[in-house]
Design a protein around this ligand. Structure first.
Ligand SMILES: [Zn+2]
Length: 226
């Protein structure tokens, strides 16, 4: 309930509720999971994943994600060092995705990856996808959002559906996200959400309850872990 008070000059004013915003960490490279918090209960909506400390120490053999028939990894090999299961899962997704979206050995899909530094990245169990085709994921995400805003103003449901379908058919960033989502077996550490985050997570899932903070950390890439 909003409270009404009288000011010194006799006016009646309503006290508006104060909205408390989450305090953001000092740098985007320092979300909560950097420091181990064994006693604290993890908050699945605000943390990507715990650091796999044990596996980090063991340093399992890591390998770069290889290029395939219809796709080329354009980033340096050291940017996509991953465990064998993750490398093979991503290879499978890209091999299927590229030809299904019109790419071929002659005209391969380009993919740019980065290794990342936090949580499951430390053990090579996560990879970040920053660009696909001719654009970065931030750009694909921005174009998707503006197409959806335009679709929302369409005069009829049919026109709205047509605009959405048009963007779905056109936007490889969105389609790669859906292809990754359709692939089962991504990491889901106990008490944490499935490790697939990107510009589409809030709208498409799997972790639709993604926090503003975690979403803003994944506006320019897709994070996936196994
Ligand atoms: Zn990541």
């Amino acid at each position: 309930m909003n409270q009404v008070i009288r000011t010194q000059d006799g006016r009646l004013v309503q006290l508006r509720p104060v909205r408390l915003y989450r305090v953001t960490p000092p740098s985007p490279q320092a979300p909560a999971q950097m420091t181990p918090q064994p006693a604290a209960r993890p908050n699945p909506s605000s943390q990507p994943a715990p650091a796999a400390a044990e596996q980090t120490r063991r340093h399992p053999a890591l390998q770069p994600i290889p290029s395939g028939q219809a796709y080329r990894v354009t980033s340096p090999p050291e940017h996509s060092l991953a465990t064998a299961p993750l490398a093979s899962a991503l290879q499978q997704v890209f091999e299927k995705f590229a030809p299904a979206n019109g790419f071929s050995a002659e005209q391969p899909l380009s993919v740019s990856l980065r290794r990342g530094t936090l949580g499951l990245h430390r053990a090579g169990r996560a990879v970040d996808i920053y660009a696909i085709g001719e654009k970065g994921l931030r750009q694909w995400g921005t174009e998707w959002n503006s197409a959806m805003r335009q679709a929302a103003t369409a005069p009829t449901p049919q026109e709205r559906a047509r605009l959405v379908a048009e963007e779905q058919a056109r936007n490889p960033g969105y389609n790669l996200y859906k292809a990754l989502q359709a692939h089962v077996g991504w990491a889901q550490p106990s008490s944490y959400p499935v490790q697939l985050f990107g510009p589409w997570t809030r709208g498409e899932g799997p972790h639709k309850a993604i926090s503003d903070q975690l979403l803003s950390l994944h506006r320019d890439h897709i994070h996936v872990a196994k």
